[in-house]
Design a protein around this ligand. Structure first.
Ligand SMILES: Nc1ncnc2c1ncn2[C@@H]1O[C@H](COP(=O)(O)OP(=O)(O)OP(=O)(O)O)[C@@H](O)[C@H]1O
Ligand SMILES: [Mg+2]
Length: 324
């Protein structure tokens, strides 16, 4: 498979008056052509900042990409001017993003037609009527009915699930190579979540795009993602195929995440076990394993002042843990 995007040793830090927040601290991952991968982890572990860094959308200051590369189409796109033409062509054109809460991404004062056609006018070489037809076609594809009329409505005239469908249409509108969906269904009920994930996976395969799903819920990606990266405190602590991660999770944190997910194939009396404690403050972190204080399998070595390297197990499976 051909690698489409390769993130290497990415470090994005926030320089605040209380200290340096190492939100992303040496993260590497890649996505192949027509692949769906998931980035999973608890709130605050650096999922969004890592994805925003790819798009050069981290607010600077206080944020700064201090190290790393993002290889896309044969070059390091972190070296491009964030406001320059090339980066603007990539952002929204070749790589598009769907955010958690569509109301913050959709402009309440503009019709769906205006918002859906805007990016196409910038990125595609089509005339107005072709763009209009494409907008209608996209809305049809994401399951909005009565599109001729509804396209002239405003965001508040749609339900949360429909708004997220519109966001999917917008993300696909310029034929992107990659879509980054950052918690695209978190604010929605479980049935709508499942429908939208199904829709996204169908459409990315139709458009031959790749999809990065960012989520804190390992359960929802099981069906769709080919590979999974588990993040903790700004780093990837385990990665592998969905089969490897679900079939033989190694890191105590990954196992903890899986224990929090309801499963249909276990006995009724099996209880969900939350992970004790909370994610550490990322300001001025110590260099030892950040999961140490919450880990029930810790060994003497975990106290030592170095982070466990991400080591290969079998196949595509890697884990960063002294104890497993
Ligand atoms: N502008 C900022 N200034 C300071 N710290 C920030 C800023 N933006 C993010 N951070 C910090 O970076 C860390 C990672 O944040 P990020 O948004 O990537 O988390 P996340 O994994 O996406 O969480 P969630 O699941 O809640 O969306 C957090 O500790 C957060 O507080
Ligand atoms: Mg986030």
């Amino acid at each position: 498979m051909t690698t489409l995007l390769k993130v290497n040793n990415l470090k994005t830090h926030f320089f605040t008056h209380t200290g340096v927040v190492k939100a992303v601290d040496g993260v590497s991952f890649h996505i192949d052509e027509s692949e769906i991968v998931a980035v999973v982890g608890e709130s605050g572990c650096g999922k969004s900042v890592s994805q925003l860094s790819i798009m050069q959308l981290v607010s600077t200051p206080p944020g700064k990409i201090v190290d790393g590369t993002v290889e896309f189409e044969g070059r390091d796109i972190l070296r491009l001017d964030p406001k320059g033409k090339e980066m603007r062509g990539i952002r929204g054109g070749k790589i598009s993003m769907i955010f958690q809460e569509p109301m913050t991404s959709l402009n309440p004062l503009l019709t769906i037609h205006r918002q859906l056609t805007e990016a196409m006018e910038v990125h595609l070489d089509l005339d107005r009527s072709q763009i209009h037809d494409r907008a209608i076609e996209l809305l049809d594809m994401v399951g909005i009915s009565d599109t001729d009329k509804r396209i002239h409505d405003y965001p508040h005239q749609f339900s949360g699930g429909m708004r997220q469908r519109i966001m999917i249409a917008m993300a696909l509108s310029c034929n992107p190579r990659i879509i980054i969906a950052d918690e695209p269904t978190t604010a929605l009920d479980v049935t709508t979540q499942a429908q939208l994930l199904e829709l996204m996976s169908d459409l990315v395969s139709k458009f031959k795009a790749s999809l990065i799903i960012v989520t804190h819920n390992l359960g929802i990606v099981a069906r769709y993602a080919r590979r999974i990266y588990v993040m903790y405190a700004g780093r990837v602590i385990e990665s592998g195929t969905a089969k490897e991660i679900f079939g033989s999770p190694k890191h105590p944190y990954t196992r903890g995440l899986l224990n929090c997910v309801p499963r249909l194939d276990t006995k009724d009396e099996t209880r969900l076990v939350p992970i004790a404690g909370s994610i550490p403050n990322l300001v001025n972190m110590k260099p030892n394993c950040a999961f140490y204080s919450r880990c029930q399998h810790r060994v003497e070595e975990c106290k030592r002042e170095y982070w466990p390297v991400l080591r290969h197990i079998t196949g595509l499976h890697h884990v960063s843990c002294h104890a497993c």
